[in-house]
Design a protein around this ligand. Structure first.
Ligand code: ADP
Length: 305
């Protein structure tokens, strides 16, 4: 199997769409790579593959090599800066028109997922993050079955479950936790996304929907709580336009002053709008969400290594 030389495989699950699963996968990947790990992202969300857009590599073409597909580079390793390489494979690359939704019957989806798991030439790599479709569908079951059958002992590190303060109140996320129990996939932890709002105008982070729901739920299910991620419009701008995050004077999140974040970047001019994929990780260093993910990533690395 092409997964043979991957050290840790992590699934990213969510009970429903739109809670930010793909954004979380993207940031986990950037964060792991910024802490020196080599990372691959496999996007098996067949109905709405969004990873090519997240990494700004939508125009990339997947090349076929003897024995399988070559993943698309997001950035290469930079050992001097302690950055590991980041690559991605998504069904989005194989669709003719981006934005095409795939309407396939179960068996074809299952076959595609199997092929994705077996035919991508990842080579040696520290982490493979698998971005799954929302819910617990046939695809999840076939993914879990294939991984549990093919993975070496300990290679399938487990699942990160993404929820929002509102979704915590629904049964969806509990279904994900139950799915993990039934399939015997370890739960690495729960991330509560869109918890609070980083205001672009007034240097405040406001808890719009209240806080703590994800934490309580994680406690109820006896699984680790990995952290809360606020809504940060600067993150959306970074993904959509490539603009380096900027914050008003006095924006302090988790004790860190983000109005100074620009100085941490590579010194490019303020307000620039570029679409250079190679700089995504570098620009992300100036995003208010980066230190939160740095901590989450450290916890994940400690839990699985
Ligand atoms: P899913 O993969 O669960 O469908 P996405 O990751 O595509 O969700 O997120 C849905 C939308 O919400 C996207 O436009 C994304 O940019 C935005 N989003 C998600 N999380 C955040 C966040 N913490 N701050 C700002 N925008 C976010």
């Amino acid at each position: 199997m092409s997964l043979a030389r991957i050290k840790h495989i992590v699934l990213v699950l969510s009970g429903k769409g739109g809670v930010g699963k793909s954004s979380i996968t993207t940031q986990l990947a950037l964060s792991l790579s910024l802490s020196g790990h080599s990372v691959g992202v496999l996007d098996v969300d067949l109905t709405g593959p969004s990873m090519p857009r997240m990494f700004n590599i939508e125009d990339a073409k997947v090349t076929q090599a003897p024995g399988g597909w070559l993943p698309v580079p997001v950035h290469v390793a930079n050992p001097e800066k302690g950055v590991g390489e980041l690559r991605c494979m998504s069904l989005g690359f194989l669709l003719r028109g981006r934005g095409d939704a795939v309407v396939w019957r179960g068996p074809k989806k299952t076959a595609m997922i199997r092929q994705f798991l077996s035919d991508v030439l990842w080579g040696e790599m520290d982490y493979l993050l698998i971005d799954t479709p929302p819910g617990t569908s046939d695809e999840h079951i076939s993914l879990a079955e294939t991984l549990l059958k093919e993975a070496k002992p300990g290679q399938l590190a487990g699942a990160v479950i993404v929820t929002t303060p509102q979704a915590v109140a629904t049964a969806d996320v509990k279904k994900e936790l139950n799915f993990c129990v039934k399939t015997r996939i370890p739960v690495i932890g729960v991330i509560e996304n869109m918890a609070g709002f980083v205001c672009p105008n007034c240097a405040e982070c406001t808890d719009i929907f209240g806080k703590g729901g994800g934490q309580v739920m994680a406690k109820d299910f006896d699984v680790p709580f990995l952290g809360r991620i606020p809504i940060d419009p600067q993150f959306v701008m970074l993904i959509e336009t490539g603009r380096r995050p900027e914050y008003p004077q006095g924006t302090v999140i988790n004790g860190e002053d983000f109005s100074k974040a620009l100085q941490k970047g590579s010194g490019s001019s303020t307000g620039e709008v570029t679409k250079e994929a190679s700089l995504l990780a570098e620009k992300y260093r100036g995003c208010s969400l980066e230190p939160i993910f740095r901590e989450i990533t450290q916890d994940i690395v400690t839990a699985v290594e």
